[in-house]
Design a protein around this ligand. Structure first.
Ligand code: GDP
Ligand code: MG
Length: 450
């Protein structure tokens, strides 16, 4: 499939602007890639529709060919959906933080409980594991083993009496009561985190949901983590929706990412529930556990790592080229113009590489600061303002008096104070550039212009 995609992109290469037909051809391939990765069908439809709209209205980039541009859009959207709200665990202000695990049987909850416990312990927390799965005969034992391996204590009902294999099918004790007592025990013994493991069923089931909701109501969790097997495929949407409605959850953990699953479930769940994916479980060992990386997942789903690398390189080369031109201009003592300023602002849109680049340039501290509170819409506004100026005004902003400012503001649909602000900022940038040129240009720019 990757080959097919790559050849489609080769065909698209070297054409000028992206036509509707080009975009549709690319999107057909993207759709196939997503279905191959087992992204749910309605999610694929919805997602490719959004991509199509964005691609049609995208401005043509100087750095990328049209095909690369579409891939870039696809990748950006994927990362946004997968990591729009990417975050770590939310710890309670008043300990203990209560974390409840929910999900189907076999999803990897108990294994995750151990992984989380170890992870938290390594960070200096004092977690307690609570065995509120009384459904499967061996569940309590399984958690005890996991707890022992993680070096974390386990609260279990009637220690020693659990897990007798003969009781298969019948539940011993009340999981809701166990969960409540477990959290109370954590409070008394001053554990700062409690992880409540719960039972799952093989499929979505009303009784299971009721039990999970009852446990939730009894322990009032700070986090409810929905654990889902990355291999679940097309069932991801129905399962996630059922848990969202039945118990609701604050975050997702994707398990068994060490398998061959391309991880379409991640996209399905993120898109359908809008909940953040916090962690990835990548094996049976307690250390096979990591924070979820939206960018890695996007590239796994697309299965186009090489194309993405190419895009990154092309953009870097382009930025370096533009920066080198700018540096040459400054060094030669030519004045920094509004047009240069606009180019500079547009480059700031490309934050990642820009930040790196600024890091390499001496005396750019102010700009790096500006980047941190940079708004992309700002560039559009600035562009509109500069386009509303006459060539004479662009060459020599000093002639822009009050009435010219008002005219420019009207022409670009902004307020006069926006125009004033832009001119002030430009004057600041110009001054900075002059200082640099007086200081002998930008000496020693490693990595610039090769
Ligand atoms: P639970 O029913 O949700 O508690 O699921 P378990 O934690 O008992 O896991 C079910 C099975 O999947 C066990 O055999 C685990 O060893 C295995 N498992 C859990 N997480 C992973 C993972 O990330 N990768 C792999 N390969 N196996 C896993
Ligand atoms: Mg379990």
């Amino acid at each position: 499939l990757s080959d097919r995609l790559t050849s489609t992109f080769k065909n698209l290469r070297s054409k000028g602007r992206l036509s509707e037909a080009d975009i549709d051809a690319t999107i057909r391939e993207i759709r196939r890639a997503l279905l191959d990765a087992d992204v749910a069908v309605p999610v694929v439809k919805d997602f490719t529709g959004a991509i199509r709209d964005r691609a049609l209205s995208a401005e043509v980039s100087g750095a990328l060919n049209p095909a690369q541009q579409v891939v870039k859009i696809v990748n950006e959207e994927l990362v946004a959906i997968l990591g729009g709200e990417s975050r770590g665990l939310r710890l309670a202000k008043n300990p203990p933080t209560v974390i409840m695990l929910a999900g189907l049987q076999g999803a990897g909850k108990t294994t995750l409980a151990g992984k989380l416990a170890l992870h938290l312990r390594e960070q200096g927390h004092t977690p307690l594991l609570v065995a509120a799965d009384l459904q499967r005969p061996n569940a309590v034992n399984q958690l005890s083993v996991v707890g022992e391996r993680a070096g974390v204590p386990v609260y279990a009902p009637l220690p020693g009496n659990q897990g007798s294999e003969g009781e298969s099918g019948t539940s011993v004790g009340d999981p809701v009561q166990v969960a409540r007592d477990g959290v109370e025990t954590a409070r008394q013994r001053q554990h700062d985190v409690v992880i409540v493991d719960t039972a799952g069923r093989l499929g979505v089931d009303a009784e299971l949901m009721r039990q999970a909701a009852d446990i939730r109501d009894a322990v009032n969790p700070d986090e409810i983590l929905f654990v889902i097997d990355a291999m679940i495929g097309q069932d991801a949407v129905a399962t996630a929706k059922a848990f969202e409605e039945g118990v609701d959850f604050t975050g997702v953990v994707l398990s068994k990412l060490d398998g061959d699953a391309r991880g379409g479930a991640a996209l399905s769940v993120a898109r359908v529930t809008g909940r953040p994916i916090l962690f990835a479980s990548t094996g049976e060992k307690l250390t096979d556990f990591e924070a979820f990386h939206p960018d890695r997942m996007a590239s796994r789903i697309l299965d186009m790592g090489d194309v993405l690398t190419l895009i990154e390189q092309a953009e870097k080369a382009f930025d370096a080229d533009e920066a080198a031109k700018m540096a040459e201009k400054v060094a030669s003592g030519q004045d920094f113009t509004l047009a240069d300023f606009l180019v500079q602002m547009q480059q700031m849109k490309n934050m990642g590489s820009m930040k790196k680049m600024l890091g390499m340039l001496p005396g750019m501290g102010q700009m790096r600061e500006a980047l941190d509170n940079f708004d992309e819409r700002e560039v559009d506004r600035i562009e509109a303002i500069i386009r509303s100026m006459t060539p004479g005004e662009r060459d020599n902003p000093k002639i822009i008096n009050g009435s010219r400012r008002a005219r420019i503001a009207r022409g670009s649909g902004v307020t006069t104070s926006d125009v004033n602000q832009l001119l002030d900022r430009f004057a600041g940038a110009q001054k900075m550039m002059r200082q640099m040129s007086r200081g002998g240009g930008m000496p020693g720019m490693p990595g610039m212009g090769n």
